[in-house]
Design a protein around this ligand. Structure first.
Ligand SMILES: [Zn+2]
Length: 335
């Protein structure tokens, strides 16, 4: 038995144990990206963390349902201000991937669980669509050298590829080196075309079909998926209002729900909460990793990300708010 294994066992034991303690939190909003049937063809792709298999997704939902009710975002918003002590679960998906339509939709209909899918509107159109994290990895994977910010990187080894992917991703998210990114982006576009984005995103027709399903609610995830805290007020308002308008025009339906791109404390703060409130939305979700308490600001709703490292067997550990405390404890003790 190695140390990591022991650490994991102890962590989940404690998380599950504390989960049985009396709780005040109103529930949890889960943030998925993709649930897919397809086999992973590039095991090294860091973006794989965004995808859970359909089988695993089904197992997670069944496990959650054995103990809790999964409700729509709308019902959850009413619940937040109620006196009920019930712990409720909400399921959301971000970005707008093709497999939300092809693989997830049948499962949603079968399990009859309400979900909200947040759409980045520029991903919908073939020419503008650019899911940079997939395009960037494809380029890095296929090349041995890369120039970024005046530096020449040797990326022949996997370790280096991953390292440079993380460095460039951080730079893009923080909008620190826009010129270098635009330069690299045009090189990637020449090399990849838009083929990766076009093969994994939803198109307008599929989006309309998703909306026709009674269990699916559609929200906005901005126009261009940018770090909102780095935008001017004018740009921020464009992202909020334009995406809402585009979706309302396509779906002929009032869009009231918003998800901030990336969504951590680094990308969204008070200014974004206020502007979203002023843009005719009714609520917005972050990826702040904190419990949802009664009276919580509806424009700053925390969510917990589910990546492919989560297993249904320990999902209750993840649902536990105490798991955050325990995680911190482990981090501080450097176990
Ligand atoms: Zn996103």
């Amino acid at each position: 038995m190695n140390k990591l294994f022991l650490k994991k066992i102890t962590y989940y034991f404690l998380a599950n144990f504390f989960f049985t303690l009396p709780k005040k939190s109103k529930g949890i909003i889960l943030c998925y990206h993709r649930a897919s049937n397809s086999k992973v063809d590039d095991k090294n792709d860091p973006n794989n963390s965004l995808t859970v298999s359909i089988q695993e997704f089904r197992n997670q939902i069944l496990k959650i349902q054995s103990k809790y009710r999964i409700v729509s975002l709308k019902e959850f918003l009413l619940h937040i201000n109620s006196d009920s002590n019930e712990f409720l679960v909400v399921v959301t998906f971000d970005d707008g991937y093709y497999d939300n339509f092809s693989d997830l939709l049948p499962i949603i209909s079968e399990l009859k669980i309400p979900i909200t899918i947040y759409i980045t509107t520029s991903f919908l159109s073939k020419n503008k669509s650019y899911i940079w994290w997939y395009e960037l990895w494809h380029y890095i994977k296929s090349n041995n050298k890369l120039i970024f910010d005046g530096y020449n990187y040797d990326i022949s080894r996997y370790k280096n590829k991953l390292h440079i992917f993380n460095i460039i991703s951080r730079t893009i998210i923080n909008r620190e080196n826009e010129n270098s990114w635009q330069e690299l982006k045009s090189k990637i576009k020449k090399f990849n075309g838009n083929k990766i984005s076009n093969s994994i995103n939803l198109n307008i027709k599929q989006l309309k079909m998703l909306k026709e399903n009674d269990f699916v609610n559609i929200g906005s995830h901005s126009v261009n998926h940018l770090n909102m805290s780095k935008l001017s007020i004018k740009e921020l308002n464009y992202e909020l209002k334009k995406s809402k308008k585009i979706l309302e025009k396509i779906l002929k339906y009032k869009i009231t729900d918003f998800a901030y791109p990336f969504g951590t404390e680094n990308e969204v703060t008070e200014r974004e909460f206020i502007e979203t409130n002023n843009s005719n939305y009714n609520n917005a979700v972050t990826t702040y990793n904190i419990p949802i308490m009664k009276g919580c600001n509806p424009f700053a709703l925390p969510r917990v990300g589910i990546d492919n490292s989560i297993n249904h067997k320990n999902i209750f550990g993840l649902l536990s708010r105490y798991s955050y405390l325990i995680k911190d404890l482990f981090k501080n003790l450097k176990l």
